[in-house]
Design a binder for this molecule. Structure first.
Ligand SMILES: [Zn+2]
Length: 546
């Protein structure tokens, strides 16, 4: 399974909006609501002068500054209006600034003529008690009360406490309570979408839970339980759309997201890609405290069903898009693609190929290419490329042992790769790389140009070192024995390799450097002369890396 990248293309959609600035006049002594949408350079200058002044006086406060993802160098600022230090609810502006800091445009809503006392009679504790009585929610389920100015009809304003509470019926309600009396001034349901857990059938027919989004009576494959966006797309057998997206030429939209009407998920290829992405996230977090691929919860997006697993599509597309059948790959930026395999009665290389997302180790392998991209960024050729592949195999197998019982056969943890979906046997072996013609010793390394200099071949050497450091045993080529830490302590070797491969290795690392870094990592984590250091040292020596 290959790591591929493509240059990011920026699709810039410019939409001209002809909205005019408008002011709604109010009765004597009342406030005014201004809608900001300047439609001439002079109006833009006027509003820019006005907002600059309000920023200086603190009537506007910057809430958020973000790089514009569509126009490089541009920045989008959002600012909220304040009255005597209290935020005015629903009064904010968005300013678009170019690379020189010049305002391109500004849109927003502001209020003028607010006149009220800004000290509340009710305390925060009063408010919490009131919300508990109203919503039946205990205090842990409500947000910290926020004092706001609440604009009302006809230019009136009230000082209010705003609280967001989750009711026992799992509705989310925004309450605005009069800050003087506790009366409900406004309340509405804020449940735009809701985390839901459905039932799903995997590629291998296993039944399990799936974490999705429910909204308006339907369900989509977007996980709301875990911190990053984890979403799974159903490309519905459209290889052209898949390829066009991967080349950066079109975005994907809501219609591409895998969906279910009844939260009973039946497409195994979708379900396993989604569920195993969540498992892999959990493995990295629980084992290493790592938050996703980039350490900062970047979105994980999995593309499934790029073609259909039918004889017709094999005839039509196999020659043009072999990777959409017989490969799974990481496309950069948190995007994974899973091939569909081959129809049940078709074999390739003497093996049957099921949907590649149906194996936890395949999914964890691909996602680990993402972790490598954001850390060591091991160059995908020759020795560094073989280390890149080996690290993906090491984490893939470790994730299996984390979630599955040890053993052989479907849904069992073992030192084979993709064995659940490419049958019989899988693609590679860590305990005996030679079973698939891969080297288990540095003296047997592949020196040709094929496979980027043998990245999927020479990975066998580092895979065998990892296997021996955990389980112990004798290398078949050197005859050297290794005292492993034992399967019960596999966590130690996983942490050693994780630390070395994500924090120590440079992008052009060699096998010798991987040996040095893992030994150093073992000392850092478990001390000099620890069992882990001894196991790692012996393992590299046994595979001929010194
Ligand atoms: Zn790979």
């Amino acid at each position: 399974m290959a790591a591929t990248r493509n240059g990011a293309a920026i699709v810039c959609l410019t939409v001209a909006l002809g909205i005019l600035g408008s002011r709604v006049p109010a009765a004597q002594g009342r406030g005014t609501r201004a809608t900001i949408a300047p439609d001439s350079p002079q109006a833009l200058r006027d509003w820019d002068t006005r907002t600059q002044s309000m920023l200086r006086t603190g009537e506007l406060r910057i809430r958020q500054v973000r790089a514009d993802t569509l126009i490089p160098g541009d920045v989008v600022e959002r600012a909220d209006q304040y009255y005597r230090g209290v935020r005015v609810h629903g009064a904010d502006i968005s300013r678009q600034l170019d690379a020189q800091g010049v305002v391109r445009s500004v849109f927003g809503t502001l209020y003028e003529g607010i006149d009220l006392r800004s000290d509340p009679a009710l305390t925060r504790d009063d408010v919490r008690a009131r919300v508990t009585a109203l919503a039946g929610a205990d205090q842990a389920d409500s947000s910290e009360p926020e004092l706001v100015v609440l604009p009302q009809d006809q230019g009136r304003f009230r000082l209010a406490w705003r609280v967001r509470a989750v009711t026992p019926q799992v509705d989310v309600i925004q309450y605005f309570l009069d800050a003087a009396t506790g009366d409900v001034l406004l309340q509405y349901s804020d449940r735009q979408s809701q985390s839901a857990v459905g039932r799903a059938t995997g590629v291998l027919g296993d039944n399990k839970k799936i974490s999705v989004t429910g909204s308006g009576g339907s369900f989509t494959a977007r996980d709301l339980l875990r911190p990053p966006v984890i979403e799974t797309e159903d490309m519905k057998g459209d290889p052209i759309r898949t390829l066009t997206y991967l080349r950066g030429l079109i975005p994907l939209g809501p219609a591409d997201l895998a969906a279910s009407t009844d939260n009973n998920w039946t497409d195994g290829a979708v379900n396993d890609a989604h569920i195993y992405a969540g498992y892999t996230y959990d493995y990295y977090f629980k084992r290493f405290g790592r938050r996703g691929l980039d350490g900062d919860n970047i979105r994980i997006r999995s593309l499934t069903n790029p073609v259909r697993r039918t004889p017709e599509d094999v005839t039509r597309y196999l020659d043009t898009f072999p990777d959409f059948f017989l490969n799974a790959f990481y496309n950069g930026g948190g995007v994974m693609v899973y091939g569909v395999g081959l129809p049940p009665d078709v074999t390739f290389g003497g093996q049957s190929w099921n949907h590649l997302s149906g194996a936890l180790d395949v999914v964890a392998h691909e996602l680990t290419h993402g972790v490598t991209e954001f850390t060591s960024n091991l160059i995908y050729r020759n020795e560094s490329g073989a280390l890149n592949e080996a690290f993906s195999d090491i984490i893939a197998t470790s994730a299996e042992f984390f979630f599955q019982p040890a053993g052989s056969g479907p849904l069992k943890a073992e030192y084979r790769l993709a064995e659940d979906v490419i049958t019989p046997g899988g693609l590679r072996s860590m305990d005996d790389p030679g079973l698939f013609g891969d080297p288990d010793h540095y003296s047997r390394r592949f020196l040709g140009a094929a496979d980027n200099g043998g990245v999927h071949i020479n990975s066998g050497i580092a895979n065998q070192a990892f296997y021996l450091a955990v389980e112990g045993g004798t290398n078949r080529t050197s005859g050297l024995a290794v005292q492993g830490v034992g399967g019960a302590n596999r966590e130690q070797i996983e942490k050693v390799f994780y630390r070395a491969f994500t924090q120590m290795l440079p992008s052009d690392a060699t096998f010798a450097l991987a040996r040095a870094a893992t030994i150093q990592a073992a000392r850092d984590l478990y001390g000099s002369n620890s069992a882990a250091e001894r196991a790692v040292t012996q393992a590299w020596t046994a595979v001929g890396v010194n």
